[in-house]
Design a protein around this ligand. Structure first.
Ligand SMILES: [Zn+2]
Length: 249
């Protein structure tokens, strides 16, 4: 094969990674729950990697303050539904991928027939709901969260410890502290600090774990909770056991 023929295959460099199954990614359907900063980065990675069908769920709308961290949104998207804006912008940028909006909260999604679900959510109650729905449906769930320059990623695989297993009482007490970026009709809560580089790292880790799952290589997934500290430039993964008090087991 001549060099030019290698370069005509969009996924040629990915095919050189032994465990990565481009054909299985192409045939996969996954859900990105949350179309904000993490959701933008996750959709970008999944679409570039050739995941065939990506559903994006969010009931919030785009605010100007989202634009410092959302690569796919434009100023003209301010006020649009985040899910619809992200799906349409991703479809423009990555026309080979099928990206569809679900304009509702993760709590209202009935169909969990996905190969993997990525939690790109900004509040504990939605993450707990996505975790429970995934556990109930037997679907792997990859949760991501950021707080300033710190972030964490956790993979739930059916049969293993889940996101709720890793939560303590203080997490559960703030479970209802949900708020809208656009501030529409919901109680005010202080916004968490956020910037794009930590968002990119965390969402890329989520997409990479999803690519392992969709390639049929759950054995390669990170076990426990991976903590990233962008200020110190460090990452560590702490082990996790199924919690005896967790209702998902
Ligand atoms: Zn659990």
């Amino acid at each position: 094969m001549r060099a030019r023929e290698y370069d005509e295959d969009r996924f040629d460099r990915m095919r050189r990674i032994g465990w990565l199954d481009v054909g299985r990614l192409r045939a996969s359907r996954c859900l990105v729950a949350g179309a904000g900063a993490l959701g933008n980065e996750a959709v970008k990675c999944l679409a570039l990697a050739g995941v065939g069908r990506i559903d994006v769920a969010d009931d919030d709308s785009v605010a100007m303050s989202n634009l410092s961290r959302c690569a796919l949104f434009r100023e003209g998207d301010v006020g649009r539904g985040k899910a619809e804006a992200l799906a349409s912008r991703a479809s423009e940028a990555f026309p080979w991928a099928e990206v569809a909006p679900i304009e509702s909260r993760v709590q209202d999604i009935a169909d969990w027939g996905y190969g993997a679900v990525l939690g790109c959510l900004d509040n504990v109650s939605a993450r707990l709901c996505a975790n429970s729905c995934a556990a109930c449906a037997g679907v792997p769930y990859v949760d991501g969260a950021t707080d300033g320059l710190r972030g964490k990623v956790q993979v739930y695989l059916p049969g293993g410890p889940c996101i709720e297993c890793a939560m303590n009482d203080s997490h559960l007490r703030i479970a209802d502290a949900r708020f809208s970026c656009a501030g529409g009709g919901v109680p005010f809560a202080p916004k968490a600090a956020a910037e794009i580089t930590t968002t990119s790292v965390v969402a890329a880790m989520q997409a990479r774990e999803a690519m392992k799952i969709l390639s049929g290589r759950r054995d390669l997934c990170v076990r426990g909770v991976s903590y990233y500290d962008g200020e110190a430039g460090t990452m560590e993964t702490l082990g996790l056991q199924i919690s005896r008090g967790c209702p998902n087991h």
